[in-house]
Ligand binder design. Sequence first.
Ligand code: G1P
Ligand code: ZN
Length: 560
Amino acid sequence: MKKLKVQSHAIKKPYKIKKMGTSGLRETQHVYNQPMFLEQFIQGIALFFKELTDDREIAEKNKTIIVAGDPREGNRERIRRIASILGANGFDILIAKDGIASTPAMSHAIRQLNVAGGIILTASHNPFTDVGIKVNMSDGAPANDRDIQRINELQNKVKSVHLIDYDRFAEMEKITEIDIVAIYADLLDKIFDFDEMKNAIEKNGIRGAFDCMYGAAGPFAEEIFINRLNMDADLLRSEPREDLGGYDKKGNPLHPEPDFDYIGLLKEHNSSGEYDIVSAWDSDVDRRLDGGKDFFIESADEFALFAKYSHLINISALYREKIFFCRSTVTAATIDLMLPFLQEKYPSKSIQIIETPTGFKWIAELGNWGVEESNGVGNPYLREKDGIFSTCFLLKIMLETGKTPRQLMEEIWAQFGRVYFTRGEVSGARATEARQLTKILDNAGKLVGKKFGGLVLESAGSWDYIHPETGSIASKKAAWVLKFSQGNTIKARFSGTGSGGYMLRVYCSKYDKKFNLPKSEITKQMKSAFDDFLKKSGFPGKSRQYTDKNQPDAYKKKKK
Ligand code: G1P
Ligand code: ZN
């Protein structure tokens, strides 16, 4: 076969490239569009995959990488550029149709097609003004901390970038388009049995409304809910758009994120009470907000529901010896309440509840099942969180039991109690403020015994992640933990996905045996305690920004 000429561009002024964070590297369009920035970034990733695949132990066929992502501005051109760099470095490329794929579909396709890995172009729920790129490995899991470290070393050592002519490379059939929608839909069919579900949907006259938020979800939702399940479903905002919906009335870019601030239309559909099941998914479809009949389910609660009905997806065949039910440590501990129940349900398995740092890569590397508080529930058949999987699983449970989402959740809460949970933030632009917050939280232990906003601080410290398999500390200080009186717990950590400034995430949770209390009343106490704690510690920044208003609250306080 004739060889294509590889062009090499010397990098005279290399960028200092940041290490990938919670989920890939997220930067503004401006940063990614600087001359040769993307090129240096990708050349480093190409060198990383070369290191892995040049090893003779690994089969030839692994010299292939899948590239795709969400539809955000510039991604189409970036995919071409990435393909020409990977091609020049000796890789064949698979590209999803129109360059569009969800993160879970990528994870599955990488394993299914037995390739070296994938490059996923998405800044997830960030608006289209941000760009993100992440790397998944041959098992479909996001690159773990060690791999990310190596990638970053290589990225910052790049001396020249190699490029090949895209069109001519494609003519040589080194770039192949794959039908990733079908590959992914086939997996869900295998898990859930679409024929059986289709009949039950028809028999029960199930109606759905699904908000694709102009991200990658549209083609997947259409294939699965309309074509395969033949459901009477309204697909909202289903065409993939470069601007992911553009700007709101005040001129702020819309976030393709399934929380109440951004899903007004779906909320209206849900509150009409006419839809049995509703969902919204973020731009790369790994997050979900599911519900139906005027009710929405938080992710930690949905994971508990899935655990209860895990026999429906044949979990015991998937995990022969041990089943880990993982949650990031900041996520509501609903699943923890179910440990005895799960041990009884699966007597021949070793059942463990594992707490991890934030970022699904920590759960994925354990090769098991898990949940994050930010609307993400894992799909145990692949190594990512998965929005459409979750919606299908909820639907499957509804069809099996004939119950509504509210009835299903109330059964769980009545049996195990409920963890009331909310997430908020303290944010700003100045690094000095972030440093001050760090200091205050590091020193919180000195304030134990003091009263803040009506609650007493009972203990304060930080949480280290001890890896369940190696037994060593894999992530130090992954969250601060402040325990207040009456079982009120606050955890905090800095966000790792923003593209400027700082954001301290504040997570409030409290257990109660009663499940039908107004959530905002319960969390209000914790929020004012934390505010008071910051104020008394001398923090000048505003911490008023965290509220429950953009989160589900099933039992509102009755107006007097
Ligand atoms: C956020 C979420 C976290 C999630 C991540 C990637 O990260 O909080 O749960 O894993 O996005 O989707 P953060 O900005 O908090 O670092
Ligand atoms: Zn996402």
